[in-house]
Structures are given as structure tokens and as C-alpha cells.
Design a protein around this ligand. Structure first.
Ligand SMILES: [Mg+2]
Length: 366
């Protein structure tokens, strides 16, 4: 069994609701429900811990939530806001490793076996990530640390909110024994019922079933249950496929003829593209300008530069040169676009300071 990896699962606490409570102090310590409004056919996306006390949970129809807790504050989902916070936390993860596999806006696996700071202990990295998330977003996250995805994920949900649970290899089997059957990977409502009917309530019970029995009842999934009950999970942390290019186009309010008139638009495009690159922790080596003319014909020109950049001014200067080199045949322009390819990860310039670490911790923590 592979116990050499160090995997962290990070999950923000009551994410959408916490963002709303952060941004509106009047909502703090109140039951807050983000998602569909009470008299709509919507459902609860996230609710605050105060609302959970009333038995409200995600995916519950909002009008049922309203019946259970009429005094709750209902707020419509504001994805734009949550996505911005999501980008902040993903950037923090990428400071430590590029082996980041997001599961949702507020949740990801990280493989930190090897990491950008050569920190041996995944526990220290998890602490540092939680600290940085709080510092930058004023929100709390819970982390689970172990040698595989299954255990890391269960561990992160173990002590919420603001939790940190570490399951080192030598404690895995005893940890698994107490995991409720419903929390095993691949167990939904129906499967849970099936297990309960078989008298299987937790990991300890699950381990008593033979692989043959599990395969017979649950087909291929049975093999996973068999392995997970024994602390075996070899699934890799797989980052989303790398983005190959990144850019933005703007259709002009009116067709333009003079280059001077196009330059402010070009500058705006360069700033947007630069911002996107920085948000994704990327730099580019190739800048492409696209020009669409009034008759919908178009031209593109590209330049490969010597050093990677994500600087708006540099991108703008190159785009300006490309624009001047375009053969226009006196046509007016209706659309301009800048895109970038040959992307590379941005070097971490922010130095990490790990005040929380002392040598003893380094040596003893998983
Ligand atoms: Mg969450």
C-alpha cells in the first residue's frame, strides 16, 4: 500500500453564507440561507451554521427551509463574488504546489509530497494555508491531512468549522473504523440504506465484508469500498487540464479608422489580459492581436517575446506594434482582441514566512 504521499483536502466552512456574513456584519450570528428565495422553487445552496441548527442543509427546497426557520435571512446566490474569493484561495494553494485538484469553488485536493518550499510536514503546510486564507479573506477553512484522497477528505469534515485533522498512516485503520458508512466515497442515499439494511454502520463493520460480497452487491464500486475500508486509495491528485491560451476581445461601440482612437481600447484589453494572467498565476511568451474589420474579414498577428511576462504595459506595447503592422487596406475596425499563449506558471515572489514552525514540529508531524 502506498503511504508515501502527503495529501491535503481543504474545504471552506459554509462558504457562500460565510462570505455574506463577512460582508454584512448585521448577518453575523444569524441563520443565513444563500440560494433560492423562500417563495421560489429554488433550493438552499449553502446555509450558515446558525441555520443548520434548525435542520436546514444544502439542496433542501427553500420553502421548506423557510418553514423550519422563518426568521432566517435569505440571500440570492452571488456567484461572481464567490468566484473572486475562490480565485484568492486557489492562488494560495498554488503557492505551495501546482498539484491542485479543485472539486468546487471552495474545495480542493493538494498533493504536497513535493512542494515549492520543500516542507516535509503536510500538517505545517495545512496550518499555513489556513492561516493565509484567513489573513487574505477573513474566512475560515477546514483541512484534512493524510496519505490519500479518501482519508484527507473525511478528515477535513471531521472537525468543522476551522478544523485541522491529521490522519498519519499508523492511525488510519483506527480512524476508518469510526467513519459513518454514509461518508465513504461513492456512498449516496440509496447505497447507505443498502448498507444499513446489511447491518453495516461504519468502517469497522465494512471491513468485515469480503471483497467477493462487496463485488457481488455493489459491482465495481465494491472494490473501492473494500480498499477504502483498509486505508487503500491510489487515486492521483489530477490538476484540471492546463489552459493553453488566455485572452479577451472587445467589439467597438463604433467602427474606428484611426489607430490613435484604437489605442485606449488596446490598453484596456492589455490590462484585462494582464489581470487574468495574474489571477491564474501565469505568464506569457506569445502575444496575439486580432483585428476584425467592418466587412467581418479579420487578421491576426503574433509576436513571441524573449522573457515571460504578465505586465499590462509590456503586453500593450507589443500589441501596439502588432496593430501598426496589420495590413488594413483602409478598412475600418469593428473588433480588437488580445490573447496570449505559451503560458508558464508565475514564480512565487512572495516569500513564505512560517512563524508557526519550530524544528521539533518539523521532525514529528506527518
Ligand atoms: Mg465547503
Amino acid at each position: 500500500m502506498d503511504q508515501s504521499r502527503k495529501i491535503i483536502h481543504i474545504d471552506m466552512d459554509a462558504f457562500f453564507a460565510s462570505v455574506e456574513q463577512r460582508d454584512n456584519p448585521a448577518l453575523r450570528s444569524k441563520p443565513v440561507i444563500v440560494g433560492g428565495l423562500p417563495n421560489s422553487r429554488g433550493v438552499v445552496a449553502t446555509c450558515s451554521y446558525e441555520a443548520r441548527k434548525f435542520g436546514i442543509h444544502s439542496a433542501m427546497p427553500s420553502n421548506i427551509a423557510f418553514k423550519r426557520c422563518p426568521q432566517a435571512v435569505f440571500i440570492r446566490t452571488d456567484m461572481k463574488k464567490y468566484k473572486a474569493v475562490s480565485r484568492q484561495i486557489m492562488q494560495i494553494f498554488h503557492m505551495f504546489t501546482d498539484l491542485v485538484e479543485p472539486l468546487a469553488l471552495d474545495e480542493a485536493y493538494l498533493d504536497v509530497t513535493e512542494n515549492k518550499f520543500n516542507i516535509k510536514s503536510a500538517t505545517i503546510i495545512a496550518k499555513e494555508i489556513k492561516k493565509r486564507i484567513y489573513k487574505e479573506t477573513k474566512l475560515t477553512a477546514s483541512a484534512g491531512v493524510s496519505y490519500n484522497k479518501f482519508l484527507a477528505k473525511v478528515a477535513s469534515g471531521y472537525k468543522k468549522p476551522d478544523g485541522l485533522t491529521v490522519v498519519p498512516p499508523e492511525q488510519a485503520l483506527s480512524f476508518i473504523e469510526q467513519i459513518p458508512i454514509g461518508e465513504f466515497f461513492g456512498v449516496g442515499k440509496v447505497t447507505k440504506e443498502k448498507f444499513l439494511n446489511m447491518g453495516i454502520e461504519n468502517g469497522k463493520d465494512l471491513r468485515k465484508l469480503s471483497e467477493e460480497t462487496l463485488l457481488r452487491v455493489f459491482k465495481e464500486r465494491g472494490r473501492l469500498f473494500y480498499q477504502h475500508a483498509r486505508g487503500i486509495d491510489n487515486r492521483r491528485v489530477t490538476p484540471n487540464r492546463k489552459r493553453k491560451s488566455l485572452g479577451r476581445e472587445i467589439t467597438l461601440k463604433e467602427n474606428l479608422y484611426l489607430i490613435e482612437d484604437m489605442l485606449p481600447v488596446l490598453q484596456q484589453l492589455a490590462e484585462i489580459v494582464s489581470e487574468k494572467l495574474i489571477q491564474e498565476n501565469k505568464m506569457t511568451k506569445c502575444i496575439i492581436l486580432k483585428v476584425k474589420f467592418h466587412d467581418f474579414s479579420q487578421q491576426t498577428k503574433r509576436i513571441t517575446i524573449e522573457q515571460h511576462t504578465n505586465d499590462a504595459m509590456t503586453i500593450y506595447r507589443h500589441a501596439e506594434q502588432l496593430l501598426k503592422a496589420i495590413q488594413r487596406n483602409k478598412k475600418s475596425v469593428r473588433l480588437l482582441g488580445i490573447s496570449t499563449t505559451e503560458l508558464a506558471p508565475m514564480r512565487t515572489t512572495r516569500e513564505a514566512s512560517f512563524e508557526t514552525i519550530n524544528m521539533y514540529e518539523q521532525l514529528t508531524l506527518f
